[in-house]
Design a protein around this ligand. Structure first.
Ligand code: SAH
Length: 216
């Protein structure tokens, strides 16, 4: 899969390359490219934004700037999903993550300031996605969340064995995993459930299934 991110803060994506799940699949299952709108802007002095028509505070990411960035990267041939990150979009959930993880290529558009010129959302992208009903200062954190959740679904991204035993997998009937405990078995009198120390794998399995949690 190829993921391209368009942003004004390219270094926000640097650490991602060094950590699982991205680090585990970079160069084989995953190609990750980061583009800075300022490098392809048709405007002078690296300008990318402008004042809103009708007045008001803040600056708006210009449609011609985003179009130029996409044209430079793809030369007009857009055959894959272009996802703009915006608080007004379809909320990211695990079914959408799975859907996006099946795509051969994804482009993520991130904005800052007051956000995108509406024509970017109407004409230049195929999807508008929100990571939740709250407003952040930029699309970088949403893009990181989307990339992390999608890349976890790629073969080899997670350590062996954890794929089948993941939250939302069939093993947990589409719910969140049971709680986990590790040593010490007793800390300040807070004891690990006895059953998990019993060595009785059948009962442990039942306990785990009984403690699958649903998403709020
Ligand atoms: N003035 C706008 C807020 C823009 S926030 C408004 O009130 O709606 C700036 C940018 O951050 C957005 O364009 C988007 O790219 C990103 N962003 C903020 N919150 C987000 C969220 N919940 N999900 C996805 N992107 C978000």
């Amino acid at each position: 899969m190829r993921i391209d991110v368009f942003t004004l803060v390219p270094n926000a994506f640097e650490w991602l390359r060094e950590r699982r799940p991205v680090a585990a699949v970079l160069g084989n299952e995953l190609e990750l490219r980061v583009f800075n709108y300022r490098e392809t802007t048709p405007l002078g002095a690296g300008q990318v934004d402008d004042q809103p028509y009708g007045g008001g505070p803040g600056m708006v990411l210009r449609v011609d700037v985003v179009a130029a960035a996409l044209d430079t990267a793809y030369g007009g041939a857009l055959e894959h999903r272009i996802v703009a990150l915006s608080p007004g979009g379809r909320q990211l959930d695990q079914p959408l993550v799975e859907e996006l993880a099946d795509e051969p290529a994804l482009t993520l558009l991130s904005a800052r300031f007051e956000g995108f010129d509406q024509r970017i959302l109407d004409h230049l992208c195929t999807d508008v996605v929100s990571i939740g009903p709250y407003v952040l200062s930029g699309g970088e954190i949403p893009a990181l969340a989307l990339i992390d959740s999608v890349v976890r679904r790629l073969p080899g991204a997670l350590s062996e064995g954890s794929v089948e035993a993941e939250s939302f997998s069939d093993a947990f009937e589409g719910g969140l995993e049971h709680p986990h405990y590790t040593r010490p078995a007793d800390f300040r009198g807070w004891r690990v459930p006895e059953i998990l120390l019993s060595g009785d794998h059948r009962r442990i399995e039942q306990w785990r299934l009984g403690h699958v949690r649903s998403v709020q």
